[in-house]
Write a protein that binds this ligand. Structure first.
Ligand code: SAH
Length: 352
Protein backbone atom coordinates (compact mmCIF):
# COMPACT_ATOMS: atom_id res chain seq x y z
CA UNK A 1 0.00 0.00 0.00
CA UNK A 2 3.05 2.23 0.27
CA UNK A 3 2.07 3.22 3.80
CA UNK A 4 5.08 3.58 6.06
CA UNK A 5 4.60 1.60 9.25
CA UNK A 6 6.63 2.69 12.26
CA UNK A 7 8.31 -0.22 13.95
CA UNK A 8 6.94 -0.98 17.40
CA UNK A 9 8.83 0.35 20.40
CA UNK A 10 8.85 -2.95 22.24
CA UNK A 11 10.56 -1.74 25.43
CA UNK A 12 7.92 0.91 26.13
CA UNK A 13 5.27 -1.73 26.87
CA UNK A 14 4.29 -3.61 30.00
CA UNK A 15 4.10 -7.40 29.95
CA UNK A 16 0.39 -7.43 29.11
CA UNK A 17 0.81 -5.11 26.13
CA UNK A 18 3.78 -7.17 25.00
CA UNK A 19 1.59 -10.28 25.17
CA UNK A 20 -1.08 -8.65 23.01
CA UNK A 21 1.53 -7.67 20.48
CA UNK A 22 2.94 -11.22 20.36
CA UNK A 23 -0.56 -12.54 19.77
CA UNK A 24 -0.88 -10.13 16.85
CA UNK A 25 2.29 -11.75 15.45
CA UNK A 26 0.64 -15.16 15.73
CA UNK A 27 2.47 -16.16 18.92
CA UNK A 28 1.11 -17.53 22.17
CA UNK A 29 0.59 -14.86 24.85
CA UNK A 30 2.82 -16.65 27.38
CA UNK A 31 5.84 -15.85 25.20
CA UNK A 32 5.70 -12.43 26.83
CA UNK A 33 6.84 -14.01 30.09
CA UNK A 34 9.91 -15.28 28.28
CA UNK A 35 10.66 -12.10 26.38
CA UNK A 36 9.94 -9.48 29.03
CA UNK A 37 12.92 -10.33 31.32
CA UNK A 38 15.32 -10.07 28.37
CA UNK A 39 14.15 -6.51 27.93
CA UNK A 40 13.67 -5.32 31.50
CA UNK A 41 15.85 -7.49 33.74
CA UNK A 42 18.68 -8.90 31.65
CA UNK A 43 18.82 -5.78 29.45
CA UNK A 44 19.81 -7.61 26.28
CA UNK A 45 21.33 -5.35 23.65
CA UNK A 46 20.10 -7.35 20.66
CA UNK A 47 17.40 -9.87 19.79
CA UNK A 48 20.21 -12.30 18.86
CA UNK A 49 21.32 -12.40 22.49
CA UNK A 50 17.97 -13.76 23.64
CA UNK A 51 19.07 -17.37 23.76
CA UNK A 52 15.79 -19.08 24.65
CA UNK A 53 13.72 -17.27 22.01
CA UNK A 54 13.10 -19.26 18.83
CA UNK A 55 14.77 -18.23 15.59
CA UNK A 56 11.38 -17.74 14.00
CA UNK A 57 10.20 -15.34 16.69
CA UNK A 58 13.48 -13.44 16.67
CA UNK A 59 13.03 -12.86 12.94
CA UNK A 60 9.50 -11.57 13.46
CA UNK A 61 10.73 -9.26 16.19
CA UNK A 62 13.62 -7.92 14.13
CA UNK A 63 11.21 -7.12 11.30
CA UNK A 64 8.53 -5.48 13.37
CA UNK A 65 10.24 -3.90 16.41
CA UNK A 66 12.85 -1.46 17.58
CA UNK A 67 15.00 -2.59 20.45
CA UNK A 68 15.85 0.73 22.08
CA UNK A 69 19.35 0.58 23.52
CA UNK A 70 21.26 3.69 24.53
CA UNK A 71 24.91 3.98 23.56
CA UNK A 72 27.30 5.37 26.13
CA UNK A 73 29.37 8.13 24.52
CA UNK A 74 31.04 9.59 27.58
CA UNK A 75 31.39 8.91 31.30
CA UNK A 76 33.16 10.85 33.99
CA UNK A 77 33.69 9.58 37.49
CA UNK A 78 34.27 11.85 40.46
CA UNK A 79 37.44 11.14 42.41
CA UNK A 80 35.78 12.65 45.47
CA UNK A 81 32.64 10.55 45.90
CA UNK A 82 32.41 8.06 43.02
CA UNK A 83 29.55 9.93 41.34
CA UNK A 84 29.39 9.09 37.65
CA UNK A 85 28.01 11.33 34.97
CA UNK A 86 26.99 9.54 31.79
CA UNK A 87 26.31 10.89 28.33
CA UNK A 88 24.16 8.62 26.17
CA UNK A 89 23.29 8.71 22.48
CA UNK A 90 19.62 8.01 21.81
CA UNK A 91 18.66 5.94 18.74
CA UNK A 92 18.18 9.13 16.66
CA UNK A 93 21.55 10.55 17.67
CA UNK A 94 20.27 13.04 20.24
CA UNK A 95 22.13 13.13 23.54
CA UNK A 96 20.89 12.66 27.09
CA UNK A 97 22.71 12.97 30.41
CA UNK A 98 22.22 10.79 33.46
CA UNK A 99 24.00 10.65 36.78
CA UNK A 100 24.76 7.80 39.19
CA UNK A 101 25.13 8.86 42.81
CA UNK A 102 26.32 6.41 45.45
CA UNK A 103 24.85 6.97 48.87
CA UNK A 104 24.97 4.88 51.99
CA UNK A 105 21.26 4.07 51.51
CA UNK A 106 21.81 2.82 47.95
CA UNK A 107 22.51 3.90 44.41
CA UNK A 108 20.47 6.69 42.94
CA UNK A 109 20.20 7.49 39.25
CA UNK A 110 19.14 10.91 38.00
CA UNK A 111 17.51 10.61 34.57
CA UNK A 112 16.73 13.13 31.85
CA UNK A 113 13.13 13.33 30.67
CA UNK A 114 13.59 15.47 27.56
CA UNK A 115 16.30 16.47 25.11
CA UNK A 116 16.58 20.15 26.00
CA UNK A 117 13.73 21.97 27.71
CA UNK A 118 11.32 24.76 26.93
CA UNK A 119 10.76 26.04 30.46
CA UNK A 120 13.57 28.60 30.26
CA UNK A 121 14.55 28.73 33.96
CA UNK A 122 17.16 31.44 34.25
CA UNK A 123 19.99 29.53 35.92
CA UNK A 124 19.58 26.25 34.08
CA UNK A 125 21.90 25.02 31.31
CA UNK A 126 19.29 22.64 29.84
CA UNK A 127 17.11 25.56 28.82
CA UNK A 128 19.74 27.25 26.68
CA UNK A 129 18.97 25.48 23.39
CA UNK A 130 15.20 25.05 23.82
CA UNK A 131 13.28 21.79 23.56
CA UNK A 132 14.18 19.15 21.00
CA UNK A 133 11.82 16.35 22.09
CA UNK A 134 10.58 14.24 24.98
CA UNK A 135 12.15 10.88 25.75
CA UNK A 136 10.16 7.69 25.21
CA UNK A 137 9.47 5.32 28.14
CA UNK A 138 12.12 2.97 26.70
CA UNK A 139 14.70 5.78 26.57
CA UNK A 140 13.90 6.74 30.15
CA UNK A 141 14.25 3.13 31.32
CA UNK A 142 17.42 2.57 29.32
CA UNK A 143 19.27 5.27 31.27
CA UNK A 144 18.73 3.22 34.42
CA UNK A 145 19.40 -0.11 32.70
CA UNK A 146 22.67 0.96 31.07
CA UNK A 147 23.98 2.50 34.27
CA UNK A 148 23.16 -0.65 36.19
CA UNK A 149 24.91 -2.78 33.55
CA UNK A 150 27.92 -0.47 33.30
CA UNK A 151 28.46 -0.15 37.05
CA UNK A 152 27.48 -3.71 37.89
CA UNK A 153 25.61 -2.28 40.87
CA UNK A 154 21.91 -2.37 41.65
CA UNK A 155 20.05 0.91 41.33
CA UNK A 156 17.58 1.40 44.18
CA UNK A 157 16.48 5.01 43.73
CA UNK A 158 15.57 7.07 40.67
CA UNK A 159 15.08 10.82 40.47
CA UNK A 160 13.62 12.46 37.39
CA UNK A 161 15.72 15.61 37.83
CA UNK A 162 18.00 15.60 34.82
CA UNK A 163 17.49 17.55 31.64
CA UNK A 164 13.95 18.48 30.76
CA UNK A 165 10.61 19.01 32.46
CA UNK A 166 9.03 15.63 33.25
CA UNK A 167 5.47 16.94 33.42
CA UNK A 168 5.92 18.41 29.92
CA UNK A 169 6.40 14.79 28.80
CA UNK A 170 3.65 13.48 31.06
CA UNK A 171 2.44 10.30 29.36
CA UNK A 172 5.90 8.91 28.73
CA UNK A 173 7.12 9.71 32.24
CA UNK A 174 4.05 8.11 33.78
CA UNK A 175 4.57 4.97 31.71
CA UNK A 176 8.23 4.98 32.75
CA UNK A 177 7.27 5.09 36.43
CA UNK A 178 4.84 2.22 35.99
CA UNK A 179 7.40 0.07 34.14
CA UNK A 180 10.25 0.88 36.52
CA UNK A 181 8.19 -0.05 39.57
CA UNK A 182 6.63 -3.10 37.92
CA UNK A 183 7.24 -6.40 39.68
CA UNK A 184 8.07 -8.02 36.32
CA UNK A 185 10.89 -5.57 35.73
CA UNK A 186 13.44 -3.81 37.97
CA UNK A 187 10.76 -3.50 40.63
CA UNK A 188 12.02 -0.20 42.03
CA UNK A 189 9.68 0.92 44.79
CA UNK A 190 7.61 3.97 43.86
CA UNK A 191 8.61 5.41 47.21
CA UNK A 192 12.17 5.49 45.89
CA UNK A 193 11.20 7.47 42.78
CA UNK A 194 11.09 11.27 42.77
CA UNK A 195 9.63 13.46 40.04
CA UNK A 196 10.73 17.09 40.05
CA UNK A 197 8.73 19.81 38.32
CA UNK A 198 9.13 23.53 37.80
CA UNK A 199 5.40 23.81 38.56
CA UNK A 200 3.04 22.87 35.73
CA UNK A 201 0.04 22.98 38.05
CA UNK A 202 -2.63 21.07 36.05
CA UNK A 203 -0.18 18.19 35.52
CA UNK A 204 0.78 18.17 39.20
CA UNK A 205 -2.89 17.73 40.05
CA UNK A 206 -3.26 15.06 37.39
CA UNK A 207 -0.28 13.20 38.85
CA UNK A 208 -1.86 13.45 42.31
CA UNK A 209 -5.00 11.79 40.92
CA UNK A 210 -2.97 8.82 39.62
CA UNK A 211 -2.42 8.01 43.31
CA UNK A 212 1.07 6.71 42.87
CA UNK A 213 3.51 6.51 45.77
CA UNK A 214 6.24 8.57 44.09
CA UNK A 215 7.64 11.70 45.72
CA UNK A 216 6.75 14.98 44.07
CA UNK A 217 9.34 17.75 44.20
CA UNK A 218 8.49 21.32 43.31
CA UNK A 219 11.27 23.64 42.18
CA UNK A 220 10.18 26.61 44.23
CA UNK A 221 13.38 28.71 44.31
CA UNK A 222 11.71 31.85 45.66
CA UNK A 223 9.30 32.81 48.44
CA UNK A 224 7.25 35.38 46.51
CA UNK A 225 5.49 35.56 43.16
CA UNK A 226 7.65 38.45 42.02
CA UNK A 227 10.97 36.76 42.79
CA UNK A 228 9.85 33.42 41.46
CA UNK A 229 8.77 34.93 38.15
CA UNK A 230 12.21 36.47 37.76
CA UNK A 231 13.84 33.02 37.90
CA UNK A 232 11.15 30.72 36.49
CA UNK A 233 9.11 31.97 33.50
CA UNK A 234 6.50 29.21 34.13
CA UNK A 235 5.50 31.11 37.29
CA UNK A 236 3.85 33.76 35.09
CA UNK A 237 1.43 31.09 33.94
CA UNK A 238 0.95 29.26 37.23
CA UNK A 239 1.35 31.45 40.31
CA UNK A 240 3.27 30.50 43.41
CA UNK A 241 0.12 30.09 45.55
CA UNK A 242 -1.44 27.77 42.98
CA UNK A 243 1.75 25.71 42.78
CA UNK A 244 2.00 25.32 46.57
CA UNK A 245 -1.72 24.52 46.71
CA UNK A 246 -1.16 21.76 44.13
CA UNK A 247 1.49 20.32 46.48
CA UNK A 248 -1.04 20.29 49.33
CA UNK A 249 -3.43 18.48 47.02
CA UNK A 250 -0.70 15.98 46.13
CA UNK A 251 -0.21 15.22 49.81
CA UNK A 252 -3.97 14.86 50.37
CA UNK A 253 -4.33 12.45 47.47
CA UNK A 254 -1.24 10.32 48.04
CA UNK A 255 -0.14 10.81 51.66
CA UNK A 256 3.33 11.50 50.33
CA UNK A 257 5.32 14.33 51.82
CA UNK A 258 6.29 16.87 49.17
CA UNK A 259 9.81 18.18 48.64
CA UNK A 260 10.53 21.80 47.78
CA UNK A 261 13.75 22.48 45.97
CA UNK A 262 15.30 25.85 46.54
CA UNK A 263 18.43 26.78 44.61
CA UNK A 264 20.15 29.58 46.49
CA UNK A 265 21.31 32.38 44.22
CA UNK A 266 23.43 35.12 45.74
CA UNK A 267 21.52 38.37 45.98
CA UNK A 268 18.38 36.96 44.34
CA UNK A 269 16.65 34.71 46.90
CA UNK A 270 19.13 34.04 49.71
CA UNK A 271 18.44 36.73 52.33
CA UNK A 272 17.16 36.13 55.85
CA UNK A 273 14.00 37.95 54.82
CA UNK A 274 13.55 35.50 51.93
CA UNK A 275 13.94 32.61 54.36
CA UNK A 276 11.31 34.13 56.67
CA UNK A 277 8.83 34.56 53.84
CA UNK A 278 9.47 31.02 52.69
CA UNK A 279 8.91 29.78 56.23
CA UNK A 280 5.60 31.61 56.43
CA UNK A 281 4.55 30.25 53.04
CA UNK A 282 5.21 26.62 53.94
CA UNK A 283 4.47 26.64 57.66
CA UNK A 284 2.25 23.78 58.76
CA UNK A 285 2.75 21.77 55.59
CA UNK A 286 4.04 18.24 55.70
CA UNK A 287 7.07 18.96 53.56
CA UNK A 288 10.79 18.99 53.22
CA UNK A 289 12.94 21.81 51.83
CA UNK A 290 16.11 20.96 49.96
CA UNK A 291 18.52 23.88 49.69
CA UNK A 292 20.88 23.75 46.71
CA UNK A 293 23.61 26.38 46.37
CA UNK A 294 23.24 27.30 42.67
CA UNK A 295 25.68 25.63 40.36
CA UNK A 296 27.21 28.36 38.19
CA UNK A 297 26.55 28.01 34.46
CA UNK A 298 29.10 29.73 32.21
CA UNK A 299 26.45 31.52 30.12
CA UNK A 300 24.61 32.92 33.13
CA UNK A 301 25.70 35.34 35.78
CA UNK A 302 24.43 33.56 38.89
CA UNK A 303 26.57 32.69 41.88
CA UNK A 304 25.97 30.62 45.01
CA UNK A 305 25.99 32.35 48.40
CA UNK A 306 28.85 31.53 50.77
CA UNK A 307 28.52 28.72 53.31
CA UNK A 308 27.66 31.07 56.18
CA UNK A 309 24.73 32.54 54.29
CA UNK A 310 23.44 29.11 53.36
CA UNK A 311 23.50 28.05 57.01
CA UNK A 312 21.79 31.28 58.10
CA UNK A 313 19.05 30.61 55.56
CA UNK A 314 18.60 27.10 56.89
CA UNK A 315 18.47 28.24 60.51
CA UNK A 316 15.90 30.92 59.78
CA UNK A 317 13.70 28.45 57.93
CA UNK A 318 13.91 25.93 60.76
CA UNK A 319 12.39 28.49 63.10
CA UNK A 320 9.13 27.81 61.27
CA UNK A 321 9.31 24.13 62.12
CA UNK A 322 10.27 23.18 58.60
CA UNK A 323 12.40 20.18 57.79
CA UNK A 324 15.44 21.47 55.85
CA UNK A 325 18.46 19.83 54.30
CA UNK A 326 21.32 21.30 52.33
CA UNK A 327 21.88 19.13 49.31
CA UNK A 328 25.20 17.41 49.44
CA UNK A 329 27.06 18.37 46.34
CA UNK A 330 27.96 15.22 44.51
CA UNK A 331 30.61 15.07 41.83
CA UNK A 332 31.89 18.58 42.36
CA UNK A 333 34.96 17.81 40.30
CA UNK A 334 33.10 16.57 37.21
CA UNK A 335 31.01 18.64 34.78
CA UNK A 336 28.90 20.86 37.00
CA UNK A 337 25.28 21.75 36.41
CA UNK A 338 22.72 19.62 34.59
CA UNK A 339 22.83 19.96 30.84
CA UNK A 340 26.45 21.01 30.75
CA UNK A 341 27.97 17.68 29.79
CA UNK A 342 25.71 17.43 26.74
CA UNK A 343 26.35 21.04 25.84
CA UNK A 344 30.11 20.75 26.08
CA UNK A 345 30.10 17.53 24.09
CA UNK A 346 27.96 19.03 21.31
CA UNK A 347 30.29 22.03 21.15
CA UNK A 348 33.34 19.78 20.85
CA UNK A 349 31.64 17.92 17.99
CA UNK A 350 30.77 21.23 16.36
CA UNK A 351 34.40 22.30 16.45
CA UNK A 352 35.12 19.13 14.46
N1 SAH B 1 12.40 20.45 35.18
C1 SAH B 1 12.43 19.87 36.47
C2 SAH B 1 13.58 18.93 36.74
C3 SAH B 1 14.94 19.27 36.21
S1 SAH B 1 16.05 20.28 37.06
C4 SAH B 1 12.36 20.94 37.53
O1 SAH B 1 12.37 22.11 37.18
O2 SAH B 1 12.25 20.61 38.69
C5 SAH B 1 16.31 19.66 38.68
C6 SAH B 1 16.51 20.79 39.69
O3 SAH B 1 17.77 21.46 39.49
C7 SAH B 1 15.44 21.87 39.59
O4 SAH B 1 15.08 22.25 40.89
C8 SAH B 1 16.18 22.99 38.90
O5 SAH B 1 15.58 24.23 39.11
C9 SAH B 1 17.55 22.85 39.50
N2 SAH B 1 18.64 23.48 38.75
C10 SAH B 1 18.78 23.63 37.42
N3 SAH B 1 19.92 24.27 37.13
C11 SAH B 1 20.53 24.50 38.30
C12 SAH B 1 21.74 25.12 38.66
N4 SAH B 1 22.56 25.65 37.75
N5 SAH B 1 22.04 25.20 39.97
C13 SAH B 1 21.22 24.68 40.91
N6 SAH B 1 20.07 24.08 40.63
C14 SAH B 1 19.72 24.00 39.34
Amino acid sequence: MGVFMEKADIKSWDQKELGEFLVSLGEKPFRAKQLYPWLHIKHAVSFEDMTDISKKLKEKLINSCHLTVLRQVDMQQSKLDGTRKYLFALPDGNLAESVLMRYSHGNSVCVSSQVGCRMGCKFCASALGGLVRGLTPAELLEQVYRIQEDSGERVSHVVVMGMGEPLDNYGNVLKFIRLLSDGNGLNISQRNITVSTCGIVPKMRKLADEKLQVTLALSLHAPTQEKREALLPIAKKYGIQEAVEACRYYFQQTGRRVTFEYSLVEGANDSREDAGKLGALLQGMNCHVNLIPVNPVAERDYRPPNRRRVLDFKNELEKYGINVTIRREMGRDIDGACGQLRKRFSERQGEG
